[in-house]
Ligand binder design. Structure first.
Ligand code: ADP
Length: 450
């Protein structure tokens, strides 16, 4: 097993990884920017190294400084968390060149799935159903028009290098297509340095359903059920739950097995998420994330499997923790992403947390790196913490979530807590009757047609 892991991240996920390392008896190294010197992950790690000034590109994304930190501390592996360098294939290769372990998939798989066009091609080849669209990148508007007419408007123009919902534009009709292509291309160029875009049929009221997978890198792989992440704002997930309120056990087993089989064929290593849109009983692959996800605790709650711990174990050559038959889904879990944002305008609200009281009790988990008196810096994402609630049924889970949301106190900054307190009492939410546009319609106050 690894002796010492350097955690190349910050915030709640750094803490989450640290906890798994502690349970495995592995020493930990925290890295931090000058803005995070007082952060919880720094306080709890065995050792810490300052790797640069506040901007991420100079610290958390600074590969030479991360390598130096490994060298100074004698760490033998790096856990990248999510975001930052977690889906950077070159980083994984550089670590290997320095005889350092990377806790994540093989570099070739990170690279393959990082290119959404290649990812879709691979998915199709492996028997995973994909969204109808262009076969590859779109080179000119005439070609795009032919594809769009064949699949039918509205269509979505998406960046090949996309992520975080950037580089995506809808063309409702043929008149919008040229503009959508140039806007998406420009956005992609400035965000990712790659202007290539492709076309997809724009689905009207799908749900976002994703399958959690785990592979041993030698041809063994299992799936751990799904998470429904349809409640989104600007393509960013806000609330995630599992199992999905609309999936039957048979449908779950079918799509889960399709994904697991694909992972076996690829000899995929580590945790991964195969993301789908789901409409009228059909699944359509959109992308695969080759890292641990923010919403992984939902799956942990309903399967009892510690995904981060298993991710570390398989990276070290261990066998999978269970066979597919041994993995069972038990009860229901919901995660709320509590952000330091105004709950109506969503303007970031960094600052000092004056009072903090996390909720507790049976089935309630908080993954957060904040504490009373902590100042949320303005440089990074605005996640204050994740509230994850588990119950025997969805109804019990909602009941418990309502109670936990009433109990939690975060004073001094604005948070999205009031939004969750309203959502958990909304009839559509209680009925599980929502799709990927529901939340934006709810927020804009328009009449909600289902
Ligand atoms: P990113 O990598 O930027 O997160 P994704 O491909 O994962 O992009 O898509 C993010 C979200 O955008 C999805 O969860 C969904 O809400 C929406 N979306 C993506 N593709 C489509 C599509 N073909 N039709 C409708 N909505 C889509």
């Amino acid at each position: 097993m690894f002796d010492k892991i350097l955690i190349a991240n910050r915030g709640e996920i750094a803490l989450r990884v640290l906890r798994a390392c502690k349970e495995l008896g592995i020493a930990t190294v925290a890295v931090h920017s000058t803005a995070d010197a007082e952060a919880m992950h720094v306080r709890l790690a065995d050792e810490s190294v300052c790797i640069g000034p506040p901007p991420s590109k100079d610290s958390y994304l600074n590969i030479p400084n991360l390598l130096a930190a490994c060298e100074i501390t004698g760490a033998d592996a790096v856990h990248p968390g999510y975001g930052f360098l977690s889906e950077n294939a070159r980083f994984a290769e550089i670590l290997a060149e320095h005889n350092l372990g990377f806790i994540g998939p093989k570099a070739e798989h990170i690279r393959l799935m990082g290119d959404k066009i290649e990812a879709k091609r691979t998915a199709k080849r492996l028997g995973i159903p994909v969204v109808p669209g262009s076969d590859g990148a779109i080179d000119d508007v005439d070609e795009a028009m032919k594809v769009a007419k064949a699949i039918g408007f509205p269509v979505l123009v998406k960046a090949a290098a996309g992520g975080g919902g950037r580089g995506m534009k809808v063309a409702q009709t043929a008149d919008d297509l040229a503009l959508a292509i140039s806007t998406a291309g420009n956005e992609a160029k400035s965000a990712f340095g790659d202007a290539s875009v492709y076309l997809e049929k724009y689905l009207q009221k799908p749900r976002h359903i994703e399958i959690q997978v785990l592979g041993d890198g030698r041809g063994g792989a299992v799936h751990l059920g799904e998470r429904d992440c349809s409640l989104q704002r600007r393509h960013q997930k806000v609330w995630e739950e599992g199992p999905s309120p609309v999936l039957t056990a048979a449908a779950r087993a079918r799509i889960g097995e399709t994904c697991a089989k694909a992972m076996r064929e690829m000899k995929y290593l580590g945790v991964g998420t195969v993301e789908f849109l789901y409409e009228d009983g059909e699944f359509y692959f959109i992308e695969m994330n080759t890292r641990i996800q923010v919403e992984h605790p939902v799956t942990e709650a309903i399967t009892g499997i510690d995904l981060v711990l298993e991710q570390i174990r398989v990276a070290n050559g261990a066998d999978l923790p269970a066979t597919q038959d041994q993995i069972t889904i038990s009860g229901h879990a919901i995660e709320c992403r509590i952000n330091a944002e105004n709950p109506e305008t969503f303007r970031p609200s960094p600052g000092k947390i004056q009072r903090y009281h996390p909720p507790g009790g049976l089935g309630v988990r908080i993954d957060s790196a904040v504490y009373q008196g902590y100042t949320i810096p303005p440089y990074y994402d605005s996640l204050v913490g994740k509230l994850i609630v588990h119950g025997k049924t969805r109804a019990e889970c909602l009941m418990r979530l309502r109670r936990a949301l009433d109990e939690i106190v975060v004073d001094g900054i604005e948070t999205t807590l009031p939004l969750f307190r309203a959502l958990v009492r909304d009839h559509d939410i209680i009925d599980g009757d929502y799709h990927i546009h529901w939340l934006e319609q709810y927020l804009s106050g328009v009449d909600r047609d289902r």
